[in-house]
Design a protein around this ligand. Structure first.
Ligand code: TP9
Ligand code: MG
Length: 562
């Protein structure tokens, strides 16, 4: 029998914390609670629910993706010590992938806070500081709302990223003033703005009007600046090709003539075709709009043909001038730049350069009708997923070799219609990212593509998918190995080493069923198309396992610099 504990009536720091988060528009806290449950129940604030996950990394990534899609901060929570360390890869993801996440972890009681000495006590502030935009610890219960405000403000400034708040358990339980607080000042995402940005922008416009083959290289800061409609108008008016980073796909419809695609350092190798040269060779001006090196579209990828002039448009200072030395540096958000450019760009003399040979190669590659005895090829899987999703929803990719096929071929017609972790690329990201996308877009199909390595590194949250009833379609491409790493073994050594990449086989359909999720195996295009159609119609979680194999030979992977 448990003792009945007297229920405290005063407002606690815990309830003040939750109500302040809610005042910032946060509706969910993703995470796992530990012994601080005695101080915080998470039912204190109507409109703010707790979403229990099986791993803290899952909680961090779910918060990241909901924040990314809604362009508003989201929250995740872990217990002290190991809960906090498990959460750290989720926090690293929102740091390198630029998402405004408010991460929190409990901490030992303030009178017993001796890192590396007290039970489960680690120096979480020192650990999280390098990963975060702002990092602090509650020292007086009454400060809680101010600390939440600081965490939110910092996270919403470009480069957008996570904040971390450490919460000693006794202070969480402490009584705080009942005095109503002023509501927080909320704002959208903001960044730097050079007082002279219009002069730089005018210089960029002058270069644009002189250019024959300008190209827009678009990163996700363009989406965060809510500049997608302006970008579409600008492209429509001036017929400028758009090339995107992995995650900025969808800023134009996939079938728009000016969509020249997302690029990856793997693309020449995958297509066995000089794709980067075709895309960038003729360009005489690159406008890197909302450009961010972390998104893995390296300037070296666009350095083909005669050197092009480069304009950088970003709400941050140029972080590594050695890597990117722009001719014109416009320090402002993409929305302000595009508005200015739409008002000031006159007659253009440009013609979009011809990429038809690349498009023909992609069409030929994707239509591959062959049935391979050792498993489908990933391009066949993506092509089949496209035919069912048809740009209507979100395709989410975990990390692995298959991810680069998704970057190149997955169709996306809305911002974040294709999601992957471009910056951090922790494998296991896919399942929680798909869960977050489904929560943010409840009425749209969400299809996850994950490899056996990444998926099984974080598959415990299948139960969470079932419990929350998220109607995800999960496609696991299974080759019983960490295929991408086998590719690198071959690139570096000319051979594979199985003990470092090979797994025993896992029946992922049985695994899904063990977690209350239906599924099936699909071995051909026809079987996969049928399974996907069924899965998108049932509106219940569904897992399809597809045996696959890779052909590593042939193509040129020189852009990877291995
Ligand atoms: N550990 C973490 C947390 N993240 C990463 N990215 C690694 C290790 C290194 N990457 S991408 C990958 C690894 C081990 C293997 C992916 O294997 P898979 O079966 O999920 O995909 P595939 O198709 O390449 O075999
Ligand atoms: Mg694999």
């Amino acid at each position: 029998m448990h003792k009945t504990v007297a229920v405290k009536s005063a407002t606690t720091a815990a309830s003040a914390l939750l109500s302040r988060l809610h005042e910032h528009g946060i509706e969910r806290v993703f995470g796992i609670v530990g012994r601080e449950a005695a101080a915080i129940l998470f039912d204190e604030t109507p409109g703010l629910e707790f979403v229990l996950t099986r791993h803290e990394f899952t909680a961090g990534v779910m918060a990241d993706v909901v924040a990314r899609i809604t362009n508003r901060p989201q929250a995740c929570f872990a217990t002290l010590g190991p809960g906090m360390t498990n959460l750290s890869t989720g926090i690293a993801t929102s740091a390198l992938d630029r998402s405004p996440v408010i991460a929190m972890a409990a901490q030992s009681e303030s009178h017993d806070l001796f890192p590396n000495v007290t039970h489960q006590c680690l120096d979480s502030v020192r650990m999280m500081a390098p990963l975060t935009k702002w990092c602090g610890q509650l020292e007086r219960g009454d400060d809680i709302a101010d600390l939440v405000d600081s965490a939110v403000s910092a996270s919403m400034v470009e480069p957008v990223g996570p904040s971390f708040l450490s919460l000693p358990v006794d202070l969480l339980a402490s009584a705080v003033s009942d005095e109503p607080k002023e509501p927080p000042v909320t704002s959208g995402i903001r960044g730097l703005q050079d007082p002279d940005w219009r002069r730089e922008a005018d210089e960029a416009i002058r270069l644009l009007q002189e250019a024959e083959h300008p190209v827009l290289v678009v990163g996700t800061a363009t989406i965060r600046a809510e500049a997608v409609e302006l970008l579409r108008e600008f492209v429509e008016r001036h017929q400028i090709p758009v090339i995107t980073t992995y995650v900025a796909k969808g800023v134009l419809r996939h079938d728009h003539p000016m969509t020249y695609g997302a690029v990856s350092g793997y693309m020449d190798g995958i297509l066995d075709f000089p794709a980067l040269d075709t895309l960038f060779g003729p360009a005489d001006l690159i406008i890197a709009l909302g450009y961010d090196y972390a998104e893995d579209l390296r300037p070296s990828m666009w350095q083909h043909g005669d050197p092009a002039k480069v304009v950088r448009v970003s709400p941050t200072v140029n972080p590594i001038p050695r890597v990117l030395t722009p001719d014109v540096d416009v320090i402002v958000d993409a929305r302000s730049f595009l508005r200015h450019a739409l008002a000031n760009t006159g007659e253009m003399r440009n013609t979009p350069h011809d990429v038809e040979p690349l498009r023909a190669r992609v069409r030929e590659f994707l239509s591959d009708p062959q049935e391979y005895a050792d498993g489908m090829r990933v391009h066949q899987v993506i092509d089949t997923v496209n035919s069912v999703v048809d740009g209507r929803g979100t395709i989410v990719s975990d990390i692995g070799y298959f991810r680069h096929f998704g970057v190149l071929f997955a169709q996306a017609d809305q911002p974040y219609g294709f999601l992957t972790s471009a910056g951090c690329s922790s494998f296991g990201y896919g399942l929680p990212a798909a869960m977050g996308a489904q929560i943010a877009r409840p009425d749209q199909p969400v299809v996850l593509i994950a490899g056996d390595g990444g998926f099984h590194s974080n598959s415990a949250d299948l139960e969470t998918v079932a419990r929350l009833g998220l109607p995800l379609v999960m496609v696991v491409v299974n080759n019983d190995r960490n295929g991408l790493i086998e590719l690198y073994q071959n690139l570096g050594h000319g051979k594979s080493h199985d003990p470092a990449v090979g797994f025993g086989s896992v029946d992922f359909v049985a695994l899904a069923k063990a977690n209350g999720i239906d599924g099936e195996h699909a071995r051909t295009r026809a079987e996969l198309a049928q399974a996907l159609r069924k899965a998108t119609e049932v509106r219940r979680p569904y897992l399809v396992e597809v045996p696959i194999a890779y052909d590593f030979g042939g193509g040129d992977f020189g852009a990877l610099d291995v």
